[in-house]
Design a protein around this ligand. Sequence first.
Ligand code: ADP
Length: 269
Amino acid sequence: MRFTRYLIKPGSKVRLTDWDPGDRSASPGSKEEDTKQLEKLSERLAELQNVLYAEHKHALLIVLQGMDTSGKDGTIRKVFSRVDPLGVRAVSFKAPTEEERDHDFLWRVHRHVPGKGEIVIFNRSHYEDVLVVRVHGLITDKECKRRYVHINNFEWLLADSGTTIVKFYLHISKEEQKKRLQERLEDPRKRWKFRVEDLAERGYWHDYRKAYEDALSATSTEWAPWYIVPADSEMNRNLFVCHVLLETLEDLKMKYPKPKDRLEGIVIK
Ligand code: ADP
């Protein structure tokens, strides 16, 4: 695989400062070349989604995580722009409701996982329950460790039932976040997105980094690996995610199924 070096080896310890958010190895061309390449790759992704649906053997779960403004929404928009909307579902996870909080943290997540033939993208996910809640001291470190075990077991259940899982951490720098927040403040089409609370969260940058490092280290498994995506460049981020998804789907060696009936000699009048 071309992007294996961005994959967190199970059991290894992640230090995010070792990873360059500005790395552009996935987008080596000019803007025009990269745009063309992205179009080509997203068309190929659409084709593979079609086979995934037709074959009805595998399910694909994509988990997107990252700091505020890391580009989760944009990735979904661009990478899946060519995919048939009938074949893909994006689920956004917000702060849990009272009913959700009354259950175990995976309760609300399990019902959204993909069925056979389906692609589901988690825009935030069950990982918020070892990130934001940890940063704000709503769970102890001990409880957080237990949650890692639950997550690994949960993902193993999914993988063992025919779901391929790929998890992306969209890695941006603090400077890039500043730029993007500034843009939100200034651009009338983006202002609605600006939330004062995001500034408070930015103040927790180092706590989030630590929480991410621990979570990524504890939950990158053979059956549900994490990729660190250099995401200061949107083009690099989109091409990276597209490449990894294509390689993942191609590895499944999917085929269109044979028709159920014998079709030889049929003439349509
Ligand atoms: P986004 O930032 O993803 O575009 P929002 O601005 O609506 O969308 O943010 C969703 C918020 O929900 C985030 O602040 C996130 O931390 C929060 N959230 C998601 N899952 C949980 C959870 N399990 N516990 C607490 N907060 C959560």
